[in-house]
Design a protein around this ligand. Structure first.
Ligand code: PMP
Length: 440
């Protein structure tokens, strides 16, 4: 028999205060375009593309049809010494929009899996070159790279790391790139490129020959959109090259048009050695992620396997290159290209950022940041860190807007198919809620 009421006890929700949720659940029952609908039928505008996943909006029939067709043709095949044509087609299609030189693609199912896969590819590459002592990584404070053990180690968010210290690997953190003088700066800050010199200092302090690679989000997303200072990524690239480290861009949020270019690497004209992507790869419809790297890195790893019959990389997942996910990704790419959505993202960005920067001086706002179609709104903190973020997230939901809170910041990242009036409506709700002096 169908239960008439939701039983909240059995599902242990991720990154959620489950006990509080049971008291005041925030539920979505349906989604269409840039709108969610609650079980009661309330319309909640989607200001965060779900979780940065749906630039083409919700409920895209083309993706649903492609998924259905793939399920009926070939629902599943393992990819260990087997394959389906659809995965090769997707890798080739991706190689056409990836930064030049990054045309070898390894598939997984989540951003976290992509990050851990990228770490293993780095380690394998150095070992293949006879530099197996390079087994330490560098990342950045306030960074987020998923929650598998590799990503947990790279994490620059202390809450995500501290309870699991016993099993994390060796990672040294650079400083984050937010500075007081950047407050209320749209786009790339003019100063702060020198913060990249942290990498050089770490190379000197720890011995560059012990470091495999440096992971950064080109724009730090999960902390609330921190845009790299002009010249910063270029400097990281130069230092990584100087010391033989691999540079990895985690583009799980910034990939697929969020900056106006297909990838932030192209937008900022800095090409990493490896790149991770997920979320918008399938417009969020089916879990899928990928790591892109160069032929040179792949060939180095392949060469080390010699003439043996063994896999070149002892790594992979049951759902790597899942045919249904591949079909969803191909349909999403068709939409992005057919509707010129990356160009639309670039065209819409000034309108979006103007609306966001118009929220200055509201009672709850202490900083605004933004680039492309992503923005961060820093909130006046309450006594307990993170409390204001969850209060505001709740108040916005009640007022009809879904926006992701992270600590005491909001990350606004609307779909590229949003109309100007939908963006204005989003800003109106933000203005109303963030203008309140009291929030409970
Ligand atoms: N890297 C980055 C930059 C992310 O933003 C995220 C997720 N927000 C991840 C990795 C992890 O992705 P997932 O939650 O799909 O494992």
């Amino acid at each position: 028999m169908q239960p008439t009421q939701t039983n909240f006890e059995n599902h242990w929700m991720p990154f959620t205060n489950n006990r509080a949720f049971r008291e005041t659940p925030q539920m979505f029952a349906r989604a269409e375009g840039v709108h969610y609908f609650t079980p009661e039928g309330n319309d909640v505008l989607d200001g965060s593309s779900g979780l940065f996943c749906t630039p083409a909006g919700h409920g895209r029939r083309e993706i649903a049809d492609a998924v259905h067709a793939q399920l009926m043709t070939l629902d599943y095949t393992p990819h260990f010494q087997r394959a389906a044509p659809v995965s090769f087609e997707l890798a080739t299609r991706l190689s056409q929009i990836l930064p030049e030189g990054l045309d070898r693609v390894f598939f997984a199912s989540s951003g976290s899996e992509a990050v851990d896969s990228a770490m293993k590819i780095c380690l394998s590459y150095h070992r293949a070159k006879g530099e197996g002592q390079r087994n330490r990584f560098v990342s950045r404070n306030w960074g987020y790279h998923g929650v598998n053990l590799g990503g947990t180690s790279l994490a620059g968010m202390v809450n995500n790391r501290r309870e699991f210290a016993g099993v994390t690997c060796d990672v040294v953190h650079m400083r984050h790139t937010w500075r007081e003088d950047q407050r209320y700066t749209p786009g790339q800050p003019e100063t702060g490129a020198d913060l990249a010199d942290d990498l050089e200092e770490i190379c000197r302090n720890y011995g560059a020959e012990t470091i495999a690679g440096v992971f950064v989000e080109p724009i730090a997303g999960s902390i609330g959109t921190i845009v790299p200072p002009k010249g910063y990524l270029e400097r990281l690239r130069a230092i990584a090259d100087k010391y033989g480290l691999l540079l990895i861009f985690d583009e799980v949020i910034t990939g697929f048009g969020r900056t106006g270019s297909a990838f932030a690497a192209e937008e900022f004209a800095v090409t990493p050695d490896l790149m991770t992507m997920a979320k918008a790869l399938t417009n969020g419809a089916v879990p899928m992620s990928a790591v892109a790297t160069s032929a040179a890195i792949q060939e180095t790893v392949f060469a080390a396997a010699g003439d043996t019959d063994r896999p070149e990389l002892f790594h992979g997942y049951t759902y790597s290159a899942h045919p249904v996910a591949c079909a969803a990704a191909l349909a999403a790419l068709d939409i992005y290209q057919g509707e010129k959505l990356f160009e639309r993202s670039r065209a819409l960005s000034p309108v979006f950022l103007d609306l966001i920067f118009g929220l200055r001086n509201l009672a709850q706002v202490t900083d605004l940041r933004g680039y492309g179609m992503m923005a961060g709104i820093q909130l006046k903190p309450a006594e307990t860190p993170g409390l204001k973020g969850s209060q505001v997230q709740r108040a916005l939901f009640d007022a009809g807007l879904h926006v992701k809170a992270t600590g005491d910041a909001l990350i606004v990242a609307p779909a590229f198919v949003s109309s100007q009036s939908e963006l204005e409506q989003m800003a109106d709700i933000l203005r109303r809620v963030l203008g309140r002096t009291e929030l409970h």
